[in-house]
Design a protein around this ligand. Structure first.
Ligand SMILES: *Cc1c(COP(=O)(O)O)cnc(C)c1O
Length: 359
């Protein structure tokens, strides 16, 4: 199977080899050192300030989103949240559950975030801003610089979900002034699922220190205290943290975050150009594309039927959509261990389906 989804994605051979090894005992100086190296490399690739910190939580990306809200926000906040798809909706649900006052900026699927969406909220006393940098469900990549400027003008604490954009679209945590950046192990990090990576700026560390977190397992005070010596309060997903270490060093050796972002961008361009060149019956439906994924509306067949056909008859996974996008949109990812030849194979399958009048 070739995997063109947006996570879990394909891993490099070195990362897979770690997955085959015995999981070692972890309360050791060696494991602590590996964790501190992971922290150093995440800080480097996320362009954090020196005094920022990184924690690795054993949960999926959504656990990182909830951890950020529970530790950094409280009932005295007044938050703005962008909801342009399933992941924005998840932030809305979490803010509701944790009783954080908020206003939702709801966007039509596929639409970019524009200055007029933010204008009504200038100088209205908002204290926090939450958004996906890339809303993976619809494939819309938001203008983070515009949001960062809004947050600086209005004194908003910025929480950015970069789960599907870290290492495939540029992100500079220092330049944006973001308080929290969240990512997951199974997206562009291309490891097994199970770890949420969180970079925390000093503004976040202050909020965490002053806040009460009503969950022991996800309490960042405990995570930060332990991480001072490269450890975690509880048994972490040790095997995945070792995969992350191999992967971060691999990226570093290949030219760092910039080279990795360019690699994804090149795959995305290659695939998108082929679609146009061959006039396939798919429309790109996002106003603002990320390098992570191409969201497509098939004009002649149900998107979900195409997903099933490609999976069952051609041995490849493209990424289906859920809910009301199930029949109208499928996505083709550009993250993980993929090559141009893999796209040639996928395009060949699409052409075959066109010859057979399936699409
Ligand atoms: C995948 C994803 C999530 C959720 O991550 P899980 O690991 O499935 O919990 C959240 N936000 C974005 C933008 C994502 O792409």
């Amino acid at each position: 199977m070739i995997n063109f989804t947006v996570g879990p994605v394909q891993s490099s051979d070195a990362v897979r080899a770690i997955g085959a090894e015995q999981v070692p005992y972890f309360r050791t100086a060696e494991f602590s050192e590996l964790m501190l190296e992971n922290e150093r490399l995440v800080k480097k690739f996320a362009h954090t300030t020196d005094d920022s910190r990184v924690v690795f939580m054993t949960c999926s990306g959504s656990g990182g989103m909830e951890t950020a809200i529970m530790n950094c926000l409280n009932k005295n906040d007044k938050a703005l949240v962008v909801n342009g798809g399933s992941f924005g909706e998840r932030f809305v649900e979490l803010l509701t559950l944790h009783e954080i006052p908020f206003t939702e900026i709801k966007l039509e699927h596929g639409k970019a975030l524009k200055p007029e969406h933010l204008a009504p909220y200038e100088e209205q006393g908002y204290t926090a801003f939450l958004l996906q940098k890339h809303e993976t469900s619809t494939g819309v990549h938001y203008d983070i610089d515009m949001v960062a400027d809004f947050c600086k003008r209005n004194g908003c604490f910025l929480i950015v979900d970069t789960i599907s954009s870290f290492l495939c679209d540029p992100f500079d945590m220092t330049a944006t002034g973001a308080g929290v950046m969240i990512t997951g192990s199974q997206k562009a990090l291309a490891c097994a699922p199970g770890i949420a990576v969180m970079a925390l700026a000093p503004s976040a560390l202050k909020r965490i220190d002053e806040n009460k977190c009503c969950c022991q397992y996800l309490d960042l005070k405990l995570a930060l205290k332990n991480m001072e010596r490269g450890q975690t309060p509880w048994t972490p997903a040790v095997g995945i943290l070792r995969q992350i270490n191999v992967r971060l060093k691999e990226i570093d050796a290949m030219g760092g975050d910039e080279a990795e972002i360019e690699r994804c961008a090149e795959l995305a361009r290659y695939f998108r150009n082929k679609l146009i060149e061959l006039d396939l019956p798919f429309e790109i439906v996002s106003e603002s594309l990320s390098n992570a994924v191409t969201p497509l509306h098939p004009t002649t067949q149900s998107a979900f039927e195409i997903f099933l056909k490609i999976k069952d008859e051609y041995g490849m996974w493209i990424c289906p959509n859920g809910g009301d996008m199930k029949d109208t949109i499928f996505r083709v990812g550009h993250i993980g261990y993929l090559q141009k030849e893999d796209y040639d194979t996928l395009i060949k399958a699409f052409l075959d389906l066109r010859d057979k009048k399936f699409i």
